[in-house]
Ligand binder design. Sequence first.
Ligand code: SF4
Length: 210
Amino acid sequence: MMMTSKLLEYLDTLFPDPKCELLYATDYQLLMAVVLSAQSTDKRVNSVTPVIFSKYPSLEDLANASVEDLEDIIRPVGSFRKKARFIKEIARRLVDEFNGVVPVDREVLESFPGVGRKTVNVFLAEFYHYPAIAVDTHVERVSKRLKLAYLNDSVLDVECKLMKKIPRESWAKFHLQMVLFGRYYCKAVKPLCKDCPLKEYCREKKKNLD
Ligand code: SF4
């Protein structure tokens, strides 16, 4: 069996119905949660977003929020000064330019503060089921270990290679499954290689089985 078929099959066994672990109720809440998740964890983000969105229940409230107050709430996720400004500015632009609706346009979205290609991919795939493979730290690590990409490939290289190798209809689900696989099995430190059926394709197997 080809390596990618075996990988997809294994991911389907482990995570038949993968879900995004970020909590959100609306389009802008998801976008902001993804922005906050940069260099942080979903768990930490989930500990602050309900506080933000109950204290500032509308986009107008967020656009007018005090940056210092947002910083205090956001502190646990890290880079809180920068992220507090991003949240307020995103809210302001959504109110002023987009009638409060997050635009479904990659280029426009990437012009928002704190929003890069990965954030857009996560947002579009999760909220609109748009085919996209967001390459975060887990997806990048697992892809490189499994020789789906070279070790010195950029994040964009990894994304392009994955899009060539994985069927388009599986992209969004594949991203979620790879994140979960990287988070709970193929971890950065001490991956659980012993029972992994992908060992024969993996660069890491020897290191972690000794
Ligand atoms: S063998 Fe280990 S490092 Fe390789 S894919 Fe499996 S869990 Fe990850």
